[in-house]
Ligand binder design. Structure first.
Ligand SMILES: *Cc1c(COP(=O)(O)O)cnc(C)c1O
Length: 355
């Protein structure tokens, strides 16, 4: 077995930094269900500030953050529009339907992860006054768009969705699990990027490398509703300052360095582009994800994942016939080279016999 692992399955595998662990030990704490944890309060204010919103609420996970935000926007019996490829539609067990009483309408996206206007329109009821139809109350967009390969949608692209939401009396929720990756890749102020969104959730636990937590931001009234829903869903946390302390360090030290992850992802894609039998488009790699596939190889994706894992290189299947590699704080340039040479060797060894 190789002595070290190159973990490319997800940026969720990042572990807290030494500075985070030190901050967790020293953090002033209180009971946050009573609203008395000063470290949580600081993180919530800092998050709201960074994203230009009035208030924030710390959540145990991105899944609960999306659920509470959507429930706060949308009364039971209304509906939610979310990309078929999105986390909200594909990976959250349809919580908004099961727990929120909301119809979940899948929206088709183009290859860049942008909701297709015709698909947004198709989700609208023919006649909002006709009691036969459920009326959607919120539209969700993911940025970066994970299954599109970590695409960073621009403020202008998000404005198109915001205009659609406004025109049809809907709220706009941004699943910004990796919103800082998007802002860094685009070179824009995160607050400017999310300006048209009514609410945003972002994950502290992905590339920012905090151990646990997401934050929902939005207007003060909206965040008050989210706070009640968080308690209802079982997400009220007592001395949550231990998590918030790591989250504050993540915001202080984790955002600017995301450009390193993006450079490593680009290098990985460029390396893989030189491997016969691997199809990848390095130009499209702007954030920390590389989407690639095998062509003309007898290897299945599952077999490549298994063989690479034996060599200590961990990859993930993304579905739709693609593989995914995600860079993060735990992956450096040497790891990228090792991943490329490992994948190249496996593909070469299993290449069809030359004629
Ligand atoms: C990870 C992720 C979530 C969910 O976050 P958890 O903390 O894993 O529940 C939501 N949306 C997107 C786009 C994600 O990548």
């Amino acid at each position: 077995m190789p002595s070290s692992i190159v973990e490319l399955r997800s940026d969720t595998f990042t572990t807290p930094t030494t500075a985070m662990l030190a901050a967790m030990v020293g953090a002033p704490l209180g009971d946050d269900v009573y609203g008395e944890d000063p470290t949580v309060a600081r993180l919530e204010e800092r998050s709201a500030d960074l994203l230009g919103k009035e208030a924030g609420c710390l959540m145990p996970s991105g899944t609960m953050a999306n659920l509470a935000a959507i429930m706060a926007h949308a009364p039971r019996g209304t509906g939610v529009l979310a990309a078929r490829d999105s986390d909200i539609y594909a990976y959250e067990a349809h919580g908004v339907s099961v727990l929120g009483g909301l119809a979940l309408h899948p929206v088709e996206t183009d290859e860049h992860g942008r909701p297709r206007p015709d698909s947004l329109l198709a989700a609208l009821p023919e006649d909002a006054d006709d009691p036969q139809f459920a009326v959607p109350a919120v539209v969700c967009v993911e940025n970066t768009a994970n299954r599109a390969g970590g695409v960073a949608l621009t403020a202008a692209e998000l404005a198109t969705v915001a205009d659609f939401a406004t025109a049809h009396g809907m709220r706009f929720h941004l699943d910004g699990a990796r919103i800082f990756n998007a802002a860094v890749a685009l070179g824009v102020d995160p607050a400017e990027l999310v300006r048209r969104a009514d609410s945003v959730q972002f994950c502290l636990s992905k590339g920012l490398s905090a151990p646990i937590g997401s934050v929902v931001v939005g207007s003060a009234d909206f965040v008050a509703a989210v706070r009640r829903l968080r308690k209802m869903l079982g997400g009220g946390m007592r001395q949550a300052g231990v998590l918030a302390a790591a989250g504050l360090v993540a915001l202080d030290t984790g955002i600017d360095r995301l450009s390193e992850d993006h450079a490593n992802a680009r290098a990985l894609a460029e390396g893989l582009a030189g491997v016969p039998g691997v199809e990848v488009d390095p130009v499209r790699v702007r954030t920390n994800m590389v989407r690639f596939r095998l062509i003309g190889s007898p290897l299945t994706h599952a077999a490549l994942i298994e063989l690479a894992a034996r060599e200590g290189v961990r990859l993930a299947e993304l579905g739709r016939g693609t593989l995914r590699a995600v860079t993060h704080r735990g992956v450096d340039a040497a790891d990228v080279s090792r991943a490329v040479s490992t994948i190249a060797a496996i593909v070469r060894e299993h290449s069809p016999v030359a004629v």
